[in-house]
Design a protein around this ligand. Structure first.
Ligand SMILES: C[S@@+](CC[C@H](N)C(=O)[O-])C[C@H]1O[C@@H](n2cnc3c(N)ncnc32)[C@H](O)[C@@H]1O
Length: 314
């Protein structure tokens, strides 16, 4: 067993009724929900926490993600609920203790073992109201952005997304189908909907899907949301436009394979002549992959950090 999971199990001790979140490798009888990146699993709900004594958790990397989870557990958990949250020491920060201490009266760290450590939290503080999802007005885009804590960038506009949004030159949508592939908080989906496209926002993350739906609603725009992996979610040969700001990490490690899989999915999902607009870090060697997966590709915009490309389905 992975040292983090092993330490979580040992530190949990006799755990009573247990909910495991985002820890799929923990023993199956304790596994209930792998929410961050499993199509089909939604956000943590009140019902999930009924009569749960112990929540086992792999610490998410983003403090905002931990904050929303801790807030929900404190809001809806039983008064005696406790959290046993583990991670690799090199990925853990004091900020994690501080986030947990916002929602629980007692927070303490275990001793480290095999480069893993566990945080224990108990004595939940019931919040008067949930603070997530949170919304922010972006005056440049004239858009209200709403995001759950585990969403990429939460409700802030990523610099790459901003460059892509500014570079997008598209024919009027006239209800033609468009997809925001890996939609996050749904900024690009909202911009496409505003231009008259019939938009699907697709993301493998439940938090991202809920955020995209909330962003669309806040701006009174129609966006269909699909909680799926890119490889499974696109209808073959249907889309007139696909936009994408792909991830270039898997967990903590830099890895382009998810981006390449998204390019392949986009190549299959576009109608002939359809356009794929993409933004990525300029140092990444994505042009050959785009040409291979989709078709002729040109650079449309570039700044010191990011490159925006437009590929046309051959
Ligand atoms: C860099 S973020 C971009 C989010 C948003 N489009 C924006 O520009 O702010 C990449 C998004 O792709 C999603 N993602 C990663 N792998 C995916 C996959 N295989 N299928 C669908 N979405 C994926 C992530 O959950 C994340 O929301």
């Amino acid at each position: 067993m992975d040292p983090v999971d092993a330490l979580i199990m040992d530190e949990a001790g006799p755990a009573g009724r247990t909910l495991a979140i985002d820890a799929p490798a923990l023993p199956a009888d304790r596994y209930r929900a792998d929410r961050a990146e499993t199509p089909g699993a939604g956000l943590l709900t009140r019902a999930d926490l009924v009569s749960i004594d112990t929540v086992l958790l792999r610490l998410p990397r983003a403090l905002s993600a931990l904050d929303e989870l801790a807030e929900r557990i404190a809001a809806w958990g039983e008064p005696g609920v406790r959290v046993v949250a583990g991670g690799r020491v090199k990925h853990m920060t004091h900020g994690m203790n501080e986030v947990l201490a916002r929602h629980f009266g007692e927070v303490r760290a275990s001793r480290g073992r095999q480069k893993a450590r566990v945080l224990h939290a108990s004595d939940p503080h019931r919040p008067a109201a949930l603070s997530w999802p949170r919304s922010r007005r972006d005056d440049d885009l004239d858009l209200t952005v709403v995001a759950h804590g585990a969403t990429f960038g939460t409700n802030r506009l990523d610099a790459g997304t901003r460059l892509l949004a500014g570079a997008l030159e598209l024919a009027p949508g006239e209800r033609r189908p468009a997809v925001d592939l890996g939609c996050g908080s749904g900024i690009l989906a909202a911009l496409l909907a505003r231009r008259g496209y019939t938009v699907t926002g697709l993301d493998v993350s439940a938090a991202a899907c809920a955020s995209t739906a909330a962003t669309a609603a806040a701006n009174r725009l129609a966006v269909r949301v699909l909680h799926a992996d890119a490889a499974d979610g696109l209808r073959v040969g249907q889309a007139a436009v696909i936009v994408c700001n792909p991830p270039f990490h898997v967990g903590a490690a830099k890895d382009s394979s998810p981006a390449f899989a998204m390019f392949d999915a986009a190549g299959a999902g576009l109608a002939p002549g359809g356009e794929f607009w993409c933004v990525f870090n300029s140092h990444l060697p994505y042009l050959p992959a785009l040409r291979r997966a989709i078709g002729p590709t040109g650079i449309v915009a570039r700044d010191r950090a990011y490159t925006v490309t437009r590929s046309v389905r051959a």
